[in-house]
Ligand binder design. Structure first.
Ligand SMILES: C[S@@+](CC[C@H](N)C(=O)[O-])C[C@H]1O[C@@H](n2cnc3c(N)ncnc32)[C@H](O)[C@@H]1O
Length: 307
């Protein structure tokens, strides 16, 4: 990617135009709508120091003639160029918005995805209509903490236990938990570090949970993800062990029964390409299961209850 050699933009409108120009060089990476959306996010983020907070989209668009300082202009150009070099936008900004909160992210955790918001959303609907209010949840694969923290924040009486394989991810999840749930977050979320291939650590045996939620690593290999994802996101979050894309689903379908109360619910994110194989697996293990679609109409979430 060539260095930016022109004069720096001096107004909001010019900076937006420059960011769009830089990002437009990577139409292989970004789609047309994404270029302007990402340019706006990059500019808003770059202005957050000068404006003492990150402006909203409408504030930006109403301020096109407003002058900006050199530091904001340089930041806009630098971030847009790194993005055009293929870096992940959320890594450049340091956060990702997930449902009601911003989560710190880094190359040590999977950037929480919009599809996973559907998983939480569908589970929340189920939890709200449970006969007995749920108090104990289990998450397999905590990552940045987005799922467990969001559930703790929505349901003040729920406590979560969450497993994680990567200690670097645990560090980020702890930061997010403290920022979002407050200093007493450890009373609400217990993090359990597990070894490779371990799914249900001995420490949770004997506890009966109201629900189990998971967005597990579900790719077979690098050929199943974009170059950008494979290069910048952690392999431990992407690839299932032993080249077995169904590894976690099989373990959950077979093992969850002993860990859930009779009315217990399983909610898992699934790759749409393997949705029917995963559905069959849960049905064969005796779970009454259904699949929910994401916003693009793809089969994305499996909800299972005892048959
Ligand atoms: C697809 S990411 C999901 C992260 C987060 N829950 C989310 O939805 O954004 C899967 C997570 O599972 C973790 N992981 C991998 N193997 C694991 C295991 N055996 N037990 C628990 N977590 C594991 C990864 O490190 C990663 O953080």
């Amino acid at each position: 990617m060539s260095a930016y050699s022109r004069e720096l933009p001096t107004t909001v409108g010019e900076a937006l135009k420059v960011a769009v120009e830089i990002l437009s060089r990577r139409m292989d990476l970004l789609q047309t709508g994404e270029v302007s959306m990402e340019a706006e996010v990059i500019l808003a983020f770059s202005l957050s120091e000068e404006w003492s907070r990150m402006p909203t989209r409408s504030e930006l668009l109403m301020s096109v003639g407003k002058t900006i300082n050199t530091r904001s202009a340089e930041r806009t150009v630098r971030i847009a160029q790194s993005r055009a070099d293929g870096k992940i936008l959320q890594h450049l900004l340091g956060f990702q918005t997930f449902l009601e909160h911003n989560y710190i992210v880094s190359p040590d955790v999977l950037v929480p995805r919009p599809e996973t918001e559907i998983l939480v959303d569908r589970l929340v609907l189920e939890l709200k209509v449970m006969k007995e209010a749920p108090t104990q949840g289990l998450e397999i694969g905590l990552g940045s903490g987005a799922i467990s923290v969001e559930l703790c924040s929505r349901f003040p009486y729920i406590k979560m236990a969450a497993t994680e394989r990567s200690s670097a991810a645990v560090f980020i999840a702890e930061e997010n938990s403290e920022r979002i749930l407050g200093s007493a977050w450890r009373d609400r979320l217990q993090i359990l570090t597990v070894s490779e291939g371990e799914v249900f650590p001995p420490t949770i045996q004997g506890t009966l949970f109201d629900f189990l939620v998971s967005n597990p690593p579900y790719l077979k290999g690098p050929e199943e993800a974009t170059e950008e994802v494979v290069r910048y996101e952690p392999a431990v979050a992407l690839f299932a062990p032993k080249d077995d894309a169904l590894f976690f689903y099989r373990k959950i379908a077979e093992g969850a029964s002993a860990l859930l109360k009779p009315q217990g619910i399983i909610a898992v994110e699934i790759p749409h390409e393997r949705s029917q194989a995963i559905l069959s697996l849960f049905q064969a293990a005796g779970w009454n299961s259904r699949i929910e679609l994401d916003l693009t109409g793809r089969e994305r979430v499996l909800i299972a209850k005892r048959a």
